[in-house]
Write a protein that binds this ligand. Structure first.
Ligand SMILES: [Zn+2]
Length: 224
């Protein structure tokens, strides 16, 4: 049972994989605040330039005015008198976003954050673990797995239609690649190059051992 505070600020996080409806949920909450005549300010990292420079745009095309900022500290300076502060794509912000969210909430504001929880390697994304820990409310949204149509909690990265290896850099906004939501069972992470090297060295080791054995057999035969 969720009870919203009647006084003071708080932090609420909406997280999940790509295509899980995070931005839509952020906008739904912010729109409701606007309808309730609360002053709303929305920010997003400048890095995320996929669609539009000044709006938070969801995949279904609906939008709400947002200010792109370079660093998390700008949010603190620009939030002004807003009672509700929205932050989209928080995973792309620096670690300072955690302190910014805390200070805004401490100042009595409601902070609504939308963020990816994990990267395509299923590792917690940047400042997100700390952000989740200090939040009052966390919602994990699910997408639909593009392979089995089950509930998806992970983001599959594809390069040229094939699952990307873990060696690829995590952030590559606007690059020629695609993402799709997948469940735990269907998410694929091809073996990385270091692992391949390990496999090769294991084969080398086995071959060396066999050569040594052959040498011993020869020695035994020669000594007869
Ligand atoms: Zn699946």
């Amino acid at each position: 049972m969720r009870e919203m505070p009647t006084r003071g600020g708080w932090i609420e996080v909406v997280c999940g994989s790509m295509f899980s409806g995070k931005s839509e949920e952020l906008m739904r909450r912010l729109r409701r605040a606007q309808i309730a005549r609360q002053q709303v300010a929305v920010f997003k990292p400048l890095l995320d330039n996929r669609y539009h420079a000044t709006d938070v745009v969801s995949h279904d095309g609906t939008r709400i005015a947002a200010r792109p900022v370079d660093t998390s500290s700008e949010i603190l300076r620009m939030a002004g008198d807003a009672q509700v502060v929205g932050i989209d794509e928080a995973q792309f912000f620096d670690q300072g976003i955690v302190d910014v969210a805390l200070r805004l909430a401490d100042a009595g504001k409601r902070v609504v954050v939308a963020t990816l929880d994990m990267d395509f390697k299923n590792e917690p994304f940047g400042p997100v673990p700390q952000l989740l820990a200090v939040s009052e409310f966390v919602d994990k949204l699910q997408a639909i797995c593009q392979v089995c149509a089950g509930p998806a909690t992970r983001t599959q990265r594809l390069i040229g239609g094939r699952p990307a290896s873990p060696d690829e850099p995590v952030i590559r906004v606007g690059a020629q690649e695609s993402y799709e939501p997948r469940c735990r069972e269907c998410h694929e992470l091809p073996v990385s190059t270091p692992s391949l090297n390990l496999a090769e060295s294991a084969i080398d080791g086995a071959l060396t051992a066999q050569v040594v054995d052959l040498g011993r057999v020869r020695e035994t035969l020669a000594s007869r």
